[in-house]
Design a protein around this ligand. Sequence first.
Ligand SMILES: Cc1cc2nc3c(=O)[nH]c(=O)nc-3n(C[C@H](O)[C@H](O)[C@H](O)COP(=O)(O)OP(=O)(O)OC[C@H]3O[C@@H](n4cnc5c(N)ncnc54)[C@H](O)[C@@H]3O)c2cc1C
Length: 410
Amino acid sequence: MELDLGPDIAEFRAQTREWIFGHAPAGLAELTDWNNVVTTGGYGSDRRAEATRHPAYAQWEAELQQARLICPQWPEEFGGKGLDAVRVAVFNEELYRARVPRVVRGMGESLVGPSVIVHGTPEQQAYFLPRIITGEDVYCQGFSEPGTGSDLAGLQTKGEVDGDEIVITGQKLWTSGAARANKMFVLCRTDPTVEKHAGISFVLIDFTDPKVSYRPVRQMSGAAEFCEDFLDGVRAPMFNVIGGLNNGWRVAMTTLGYERGGSASVLHLAYQREFWELAETARKRGSNADPLIRQRLAWAYSQVEIMRFAGLRALAALAQGRRPGPEASINKLFWSEYHKKLGEIAMDIEGTDGLIRPEGDGNHGYPTTHWQNVFLASRAGSIYSGTSEIQRNIIAERALGLPKEPRVQA
Ligand SMILES: Cc1cc2nc3c(=O)[nH]c(=O)nc-3n(C[C@H](O)[C@H](O)[C@H](O)COP(=O)(O)OP(=O)(O)OC[C@H]3O[C@@H](n4cnc5c(N)ncnc54)[C@H](O)[C@@H]3O)c2cc1C
């Protein structure tokens, strides 16, 4: 089933397809299985990082940059292409169809940029945004702390104003991609005397500063993709405070709530591919004759189809100009819980082989097979970006209109 999004979108799709055909360097699609790496690979995959070091990738990156198709959803005045959510979805789909990567600027693109666009001054926008597009500044997110995850407003990291600088001291935890970042967006408490949401500031800091130290936290898959970080009196100019002093909660809510328009419409594609890979694994191992495995595979197939229809519904809503609401939580809950179960099915298909670590130095000296990695890494999906319990709370309160959960006042 395809969705008719009208003649303008059909024309945009045709132009995009032609542009990709004319500009994607030969060999890029074969470099790696981008479609798989980009979405379901998620946590625990090093393949994307390896592939981005290939010269064909650099050439593609330059082509996209020239055409303003890095951060294409940003307004043109900030270096983007000003694509609306439907066009972003179509652009993503066409890249996916051509099996070439969307060059992404990670948290800079999806979280910091939109927050600076909404809350930054013109001077801040002129300074920080181009550096994200060129890839000069790579951000990591300094929100969570030991003891502060779901209850983000309880954060303890201190920010003290000293003349025209802010001095930040505290500990952050679970910082994804910290080892690759040169900047961090930090939430810190700048006024401890007021209600907890009111005294927080949102600051961009230099993560290469000698007063920053971090160490990797190893996951059960063996990879170490996130870190704990120690900020020991790191100084940043007041210019780097976004949205004004003590106004960080509002900025953080923009950051957390920013909708990456259209990603729901391509989400199922990667899960679909993964499903067929698993079906093939079952066939090779002969477990496709096992009625219980067949039943569970049929269940997985139906879940991926549900994701496909949910994606079409999200796209139809965007095309009618409706902004995504609590659907984002429904989608997040759905894919993360599905993926954990898929990992369990994969382990049952692998049988006792699933218990054996392969030879070699694959994943940071703690090798895992592809399916072991899916099984282990999928556990993280229902924790990051808000746990499943938090998503259920949001669905209950904002989609179903149920009473708010009782909260203890701090
Ligand atoms: C792979 C991965 C990458 C991450 N990357 C980053 C990053 O880059 N930057 C960053 O700042 N953080 C990051 N995080 C941290 C993530 O945001 C937190 O782990 C998450 O918000 C949960 O917080 P917590 O771990 O402190 O658990 P807690 O908040 O302590 O929760 C513990 C348990 O209690 C439940 N719970 C908590 N509150 C409620 C409630 N009100 N109602 C019902 N149940 C509740 C939770 O669902 C959970 O099961 C990452 C986490 C993971 C796993």
